[in-house]
Write a protein that binds this ligand. Sequence first.
Ligand SMILES: [Zn+2]
Length: 257
Amino acid sequence: MHIIPLKAFSDNYIWVIYSPDKNQVAVVDPGDSRPVMAFLEDNDLSLDSILITHYHKDHIGGVQALKDRYHCHVYASKHDQLSFADTELDEGDEISLFDGSYQFSVLHLPGHTMGHIGYYSNDHNLVFCGDTLFRVGCGRMFEGTPDIFHHSLQKLAQLPPSTLVYCTHEYTLANIAFAKTVEPDNPDLLELERNCKELRDQDLETLPSTIDSELKTNPFLRCTEPSVIETAERAEDKSLSDPVETFATIRRLKDNF
Ligand SMILES: [Zn+2]
């Protein structure tokens, strides 16, 4: 599957999925229609479909204008009840793009918002996870509880380790700065920081990540690691026995970082 990022706002990526014959594309979370329209025109492509992960403005702001112009099919969470959605999706639903060329299964990933969904392709070994999982971080917990959000992140953590993770934001270096306060001695984290700094110095994206990389570096997926528990226990000044409690503490520390 050929996928490229378009930049939007200060740190959003709108992921573009090419059809196998490269004549059409689908886009994920077009918060702004302008970079998408410019890209389509420059490359003489038509827009077949739009995949939405959740209702936040920086993910859906461009949808109506794109739909009006290209008459594309819009997929979105059934929980979000968006007026422009042609197909409303929930956990376990399957969609196929470009006349059945690419299949995705829908994961319900509540926590950042309660209706948040992700799109997982088993065949192509990748997931579009919106603002649920970031490289070395996770989304703000606007609507969920620690229990709910932790469960969603675990659902992603259990995908095959080689799964490519396409998040919506370039937050990696800021997330690594925080993660180093949680696990200052994690060698994988320190190596990743060097690699990602090099990429950002060249104005390149640090995405996609992989589940394997996240399991080694992302404190929000490492709530059973002694080093992460220790940081959370120090912050709470008590012992923590449940990974959900550790997650809640690490999320709160990040909010105040
Ligand atoms: Zn969001």
